[in-house]
Design a protein around this ligand. Structure first.
Ligand code: NAD
Ligand code: ZN
Length: 245
């Protein structure tokens, strides 16, 4: 059996699938990841502020105008559509086989594909709150704000995306939910992540189930934990698996 047939077989025989993913899940939808050759880290080389500096809490507080220039131009992709991975995962949830998607992504594409049980470890571009009065704003408000720094219509406070920046903590309930989901899975699919951003990456160590599959373009520090490794484009692989099911 080829690798994709093995994966299809394990999916058929599983009643409790969990997916753990990252930016590579969305590159085929046109959203650059951080660490690929075509990723943001390469594209920003030569910039006075590397992405991990611009995406830190202290930078946000000190230079919100530069933060929002970067954030709007590089991190927001309102036109992006779900790809093969998002679509298969949503379908498996509809069938009752998939229990949760745990994602490091902030792009909302899993929900756009129809997934409901999505644990967003690093938040979402679709949620934004005034730092002073707490008023909620959607993505449109940030995209359309006339000022470089979006300001609350009620009180003039800065409207901050609910995106976990470097130096910030992960949401406690999301983290606990992710551990419980992974610990309760019988099949763990990991994909499109370099597994280098902590504490998110270490969550995969809570898996105790039958099979762990890693779908990634490049090797990761956790490759030895996988029973099956599928190298290449996750969207294409998942679309091919969906046709086999
Ligand atoms: P990363 O950039 O560190 O790693 C992406 C991994 O995916 C790489 O190993 C790469 O080889 C692989 N990859 C890229 N395209 C792929 C494809 N089509 N098929 C299979 N594998 C592919 O991403 P990360 O591990 O998620 O960590 C980066 C952090 O950046 C996350 O915390 C996330 O919040 C944030 N981020 C999110 C988005 C998004 O929401 N779409 C985009 C960029 C960065
Ligand atoms: Zn306000």
């Amino acid at each position: 059996m080829d690798e994709l047939e093995v994966l299809a077989d394990w999916i058929r025989n599983s009643g409790s699938i969990v997916f753990f993913g990252g930016a590579g899940t969305s590159t085929e939808s046109g959203i650059p990841d951080f660490r690929s050759a075509a990723g943001l880290y390469q594209a920003q080389q030569g910039s006075p502020y590397p992405p991990e500096v611009m995406l830190s809490r202290s930078f946000f507080m000190a230079k919100p105008d530069i933060f929002f220039d970067f954030y709007r131009s590089k991190m927001l992709h309102p036109e992006a559509k779900p790809g093969g991975a998002h679509l298969l995962l949503a379908e498996l949830e509809r069938q009752g086989k998939l229990k949760a998607v745990v994602t490091q992504n902030i792009d909302g594409l899993h929900q756009l594909a129809g997934s409901r049980a999505v644990l967003e470890l690093h938040g979402s571009v679709h949620r934004n709150h005034c730092m002073d009065c707490g008023r909620f704003y959607g993505l449109e408000f940030v995209l359309q704000s006339a000022d470089r720094v979006p300001r609350c219509s009620d009180c003039g406070g800065i409207v901050k995306p609910d995106v976990v920046l470097y130096e910030e903590e992960l949401d406690h309930d999301t983290l606990v939910g992710a551990v419980a989901a992974i610990a309760g899975a019988d099949l763990l699919l990991i994909g499109g992540t370099s597994l280098t951003v902590q504490p998110a990456a270490s969550l995969v160590t809570y898996f105790r189930g039958k099979h762990c599959v890693l779908l990634n373009a490049e090797p990761t520090p956790y490759d030895h934990r996988a029973d099956l490794r599928i190298k290449g484009r996750i969207g294409e692989a998942m679309a091919a698996v969906q046709r086999m099911l």
